[in-house]
Design a protein around this ligand. Structure first.
Ligand code: FE2
Ligand code: FE2
Length: 193
């Protein structure tokens, strides 16, 4: 994980913004439980959701700065963090998991509604992030942003392209600080740093 200084500063700021906007979810034991499930390749669901939140924020900053399109970044980050909150290993071979791609947005939304307070934008982000695989058109621009970021991250993770390890490291560092822990388990992500 070698980043140019300017890129590292950008990633540092993004990680700080991501953590501040999504803190109540990131620090919850419910969201932490997603660390035990693999999403793509060797990436856990927790790491994947951090990566999707990062790229969603990057797209939002671009839209706001260049096109003056406002984005609800709190809802954007919270929705991104919970978009794959389905809480099972979809790699287990069973009938239910064969249709995982079509059914997990609904499962994630039900789980997230049960465990967190969500607004309409956050619910829409989770329910429609698999568009166009699932035929539900995103209602909000935040939902479309997360759907695009999700596809890029899925591609990068599947082909082991490192686009998020620094931000995952920074967020894990913030988690350890918030929890007052002095030993931090970064897993393979930091080991590669
Ligand atoms: Fe998903
Ligand atoms: Fe995803």
């Amino acid at each position: 994980m070698r980043l140019q200084f300017s890129k590292r500063i950008t990633e540092y700021r993004l990680a700080k913004e991501l953590f501040n906007r999504g803190k109540s979810i990131i620090l919850s034991p419910e969201a932490q439980a997603t660390k035990q499930f693999i999403q793509h390749g060797e990436t856990t669901v927790f790491e994947h959701c951090l990566a999707v939140a990062k790229f969603s924020l990057l797209i939002a900053h671009f839209l706001e700065r260049t096109l003056k399109i406002e984005v609800d970044k709190d809802s954007l980050v919270r929705g991104a963090l919970l978009h794959d909150y389905f809480l099972y290993d979809w790699h287990d071979i069973c009938l239910a998991n064969i249709v995982h791609g079509f059914t997990h947005p609904g499962t994630a939304k039900r789980n997230a509604e049960r465990d967190f307070e969500l607004n309409d934008i956050e619910k829409d982000i989770i329910a429609k992030h698999m568009f166009p695989l699932t035929p539900f058109l995103p209602t909000y621009r935040e939902s479309l942003i997360v759907s695009i970021a999700d596809k890029w991250c899925a591609l990068a993770e599947t082909f082991k392209i490192d686009v998020s390890s620094y931000i995952i490291y920074r967020v894990n560092f913030n988690i350890a600080l918030a929890e007052g822990g002095c030993s931090i388990n970064y897993g393979e992500t930091l080991a590669e740093a």
